[in-house]
Write a protein that binds this ligand. Sequence first.
Ligand SMILES: *[C@@H]1O[C@H](CO)[C@@H](O)[C@H](O)[C@H]1NC(C)=O
Length: 325
Amino acid sequence: MNCYCGPMCIFIIVILIFPLCLRLYRKLFLVKFAVKNKVSLVGKTVIVTGANTGIGYQTALECAKRGARLIIACENKPLGTKALETIIKTTGNKNVIFKLLDLASLKSVRSFADDVLKNEERLDILINNAAVLMRGNEMTSDGFQLEMQINYISPVLLTLLLIDMLKKSSPSRIINVASIAAKYAKNFTPETINSYTDHISSYANSKLGNILFTQELGKKLKDSNISVFSLHPGITNTGIAIKNFNPIFRVCAAIFSRVFFMSPEEGAQTTLYTALEQGIERFSGCFFEQCKVAKPYKTATNPALAKQIWDVTLNLLKYDEDKIR
Ligand SMILES: *[C@@H]1O[C@H](CO)[C@@H](O)[C@H](O)[C@H]1NC(C)=O
């Protein structure tokens, strides 16, 4: 057989075929969860932080579709309101509200929680989804490393402030969206929780914080009917990573990530799985990936560290652990 297909031609075919196969695989296997699972959220209240865009938006949209009372929590009012309008229009569910939540400010977290405690009747699912990247070299007015506060410290405070309400509404769930980046955590200790070395370990350490907090909280809540899960959503094309790049690099990165990364809808599946799937309560404290329990990364297999980080975090927040029981 004559074959005129040289190396260049094979290269081009691979370049074209590979992304197509990848997309097809994702379409067939990944978006399935939300399609298969029929759990209704009528009568339930769900909070999604960072619900204005990306995975958070898709998560919120699916919860609204299922009839939940949905609270969109984010720091950008125009974007939050826009997401609210789109979600109401798409789902027909008018029981959707926006509340301002700036995770870079503990005061904002407290007033958000107060507002929820005062004005809501219940809380069934809290989804700590919001996160930032490449902001570790900034400080907040609370005196914390900005990225650590937004990704880890503030979500911890928010969760603790809402625990009683989750308890009253139980069975209920807390979902902490972490990341595979936690693998690359470096020198994350009670002493370094607030220090900055570089962008990668900054993000990785905050995401390891999410996983360790989930483990420890799972232990504390084992006699309650609140389940807590952390997860890796998959490498998703949400724009979070490229928000701070220069324009030319951003265009290339945007094209690359459209081809190789998951869409936000696909990226929301593991979050939705941990929020909705029945019968996974026994895995409380665990870490999930691709809609199943996953082995935690080596960096997250130190129960003593989980306890130390828990202690120092509650200390920083001046939060008395006895309030959880
Ligand atoms: C948890 O739920 C079970 C089953 O509904 C119930 O019997 C039990 O009292 C609940 N426990 C707590 C601590 O609320």
